[in-house]
Design a protein around this ligand. Sequence first.
Ligand code: HEM
Length: 537
Amino acid sequence: MVSLTEQYPILFTVYNLISKINIYYILIGFFIYLVIRPYFYYFKNRNSLAPGPLPLPLIGHWNIFLIGDVAQNKYNLSEKYGEICDITMFGQRCVIISSPKYLKELFSPSVYSPFLRRLPLTSGFIELGMDKEGLLLNCDIPKWRHNRKFFQQSLSPPSFIELSTKYTVECCEEIINYWSHIKEDSNQIVKLDEWFRSFTSDMMGLVASGSKETSMKIQFMKFTNQIYKEKDIEKEQNRGEIYRRLRSEYADALGFYIFVPKILWNFPGISIAAKYYKNILNYLTDFEIQFIKERKQQIKNENDDEVSSQNSKVRPDFLTMLITQNTEDDPSPDEIKQNIREMFSAGTGTTTTTLCSIVYLLAKHPEHEKRMVEEILSVIGKDNRITSSDLSKLPFTEAVINESMRLYPVVPITYRYSPDQDTQIANYHFNKDTIFAINLSHIHRNEEYFDKPDQFIPERFLGKWKETIPQFAFSPFGHGMRSCPGKNFAMTEIKVILATIYRKYTFKLVNPDEPLQLKFTLVNDISKMEVYIEKRE
Ligand code: HEM
């Protein structure tokens, strides 16, 4: 009798092969795919290449490590390969631009610009709902425009600026109260990065949605070695605290969805994490939608005149501003939710890192700190509360902020991308779908535009400094249609914090010889900053 194996030899060979495939082969295959894919893109676009290197690190798909070194000026790509050169990112062609000369099209302020998108869509961004909602990664241009209008309008009214100044001052007073427990000459090390992180989180909670949070309180408990019991905080039944915790889980979810490709989400082990983060996203969404519904009801209970009057029971925070836009195409609860979320994700870490870089630079340059404090004392005095009208009277303080952001831009690289149109930059042709990475950290340290570019010289930002440098040579908040909508808010907040805190305290670095400890994800995040805090005489 002829066996089945002999009768169907090919079928059995195939069957044998399939039965041997296990998860490891799939992983190896995926790894090889990641290695090959960028080279495929590189050669496909070869005829239109600007001079540049073949993408160097093997896994070009995650060239984020190379980008990280470039972003922190540890690797001078442009010195080696020119001011326009090629790498790959997310498996796609990515052109790094390190000169302001080539940014006219990319930073165009026109609504018809083909570069209204920041990055191509990935499955992670879609899972996070960021592809069609909010601003940061929104690729749906009509929807992005709709949200951008609301976001910007909500941050602009004088009542909102007054309110955010007031809340920033209140949070400063809270932190000063905690720091007053530090004993003189105790040499107690203070983790300033953690304090500022909790500060910005509490402050943003108040400004965005009116929720009083307890990050600083927890920080204080940790600092004084009081046993931090989750239950103590829970007892307060504080809604703000629940929201704070959900947001911190959301930050982890962001990392997961951005860096773990969808193909891996169903793998054993990883699938547990994927499910967990999905639940967090759902829970957070339900929480926020409920919050928005309640606020809408509250606003409905008041008539229009009351809402905008001083006697209104409804707080004029960012959430109220978003709901009461009074236009025909009001934002939906989902859009409001995403805008609030992005206010936290784009507005807390950025401010924390900028504040830490300022403290770091001032600690190294006491002569500039002295001048800044003198300015603050002469405008506001030692104990008066700062008001929004004082802010324009602090040019040197503003120069200190600008110079710190020049040396350590929180967003060292920003992106533009057009899926619809080829483009021509500096006589090179680029196919549509090319990602453009704008190397702000390199541009900010170019000696052609900034004398002694590695030195901290705030004076360069006094007077008519804008006329002395070319357009786009200084861009800590980006430029054009997708520039930072929180710029004025952030500058106000940072100035208020510096003015309120520096007139009372001075900071000494625990390790003055260490460089500023920054960690690059998609932005620069301060990873460690230890100081001694001293009361000012
Ligand atoms: C020191 C603080 C901050 C810095 C240095 C900063 C910097 C930036 C930069 C460089 C961009 C990209 C701009 C571009 O690509 O042209 C950006 C975008 C953005 N920022 Fe900020 N930012 C800060 C604070 C804030 C705050 C407080 C908020 C919220 C109130 C905010 C909300 C946003 C949003 C929503 C976007 C995306 C805009 C869009 O794509 O349309 N940022 N920011």
